[in-house]
Design a protein around this ligand. Structure first.
Ligand SMILES: O=C1O[C@H](COP(=O)(O)O)[C@@H](O)[C@H](O)[C@H]1O
Length: 230
């Protein structure tokens, strides 16, 4: 499997080209099977991309959107990835897309793994477009190197598509897509901005194991398009 670098001069150029590429892939899926699935990440990086995507013409009523991971907080909490998606992507032309949440009313996300797995599997067996981010510790989705669930999250034989994780160095319990579900997507993108993140990725690929820097596991088991600008 390979990491394919798509480098842009500015964050603006990256956002424009990336949005076009995502829309083309979703439009193709809609033509081929009448619907499309899009998995996005949370955090700070994707906000400008979401705002551009939301304004592009597409049969958004045929698109189902979900998250690669979620913080186990209420959807109105400032750290909620769902809140980010609702306020920046599910707007304008994209307001008619269907959104599937990764949260439930369970107090402990471990009790919700099965329900969330059934929910995400019902969207698509193999997602059309899946976009990941990466934290400075090399985590992706909510597969954190510092969580005791990391081996299971990276276990390609895991039958459940969702896994509850408890990062030791980041706030909130999480619900994450498993590595197996992530690498099963038809197109996997890694969205990074800034020279620091690129240096962290290069260092991770050269010097660390997948348990130490889980992003490596994705690059080893899928063809990943890195969308990057300084
Ligand atoms: O906690 C998370 O962090 C990663 C990276 O976020 P960023 O703020 O550095 O862009 C993100 O991909 C993930 O969805 C999120 O829950």
């Amino acid at each position: 499997m390979a990491l394919i670098l798509n480098e842009f001069d500015s964050a603006h150029d990256l956002t424009k080209a990336f949005a076009k590429r995502i829309i083309e892939a979703l439009a193709k899926a809609i033509v081929e099977k009448g619907r499309a699935s899009l998995v996005v990440s949370g955090g700070t990086t994707p906000k400008p991309l979401f705002m551009v995507l939301s304004q592009i013409d597409l049969a958004w009523d045929k698109v189902v959107i979900t998250l690669a991971d979620e913080r186990w907080v209420n959807a109105s909490h400032p750290d909620s990835n769902e809140k980010l998606v609702r306020e920046n992507l599910l707007l304008n032309k994209a307001s008619i897309a269907t959104f599937v949440s990764l949260t439930t009313s369970h107090k402990d996300p471990q009790d919700a793994e099965r329900e969330v797995s059934v929910r995400v599997d019902a969207i698509d067996e193999s997602f059309d477009v899946l976009i990941l981010g990466m934290g400075e510790d090399g985590h992706t989705a909510s597969l954190f190197p510092c969580s005791e669930q990391i081996s299971e999250g990276l276990n390609l034989s895991r039958s459940l598509s969702a896994i509850a994780t408890t990062p030791a160095t980041a706030p909130h319990q999480r619900m994450s897509m498993s590595l197996a579900k992530i690498v099963n997507a038809k197109q996997v993108f890694l969205h990074l901005t800034g020279t620091k993140k690129k240096a962290i990725l290069d260092d991770a690929l050269a010097n660390f194991s997948e348990l130490e820097k889980p992003i490596i596991a994705v690059c080893q088991h899928a063809n990943v398009n890195l969308m990057w600008s300084p």
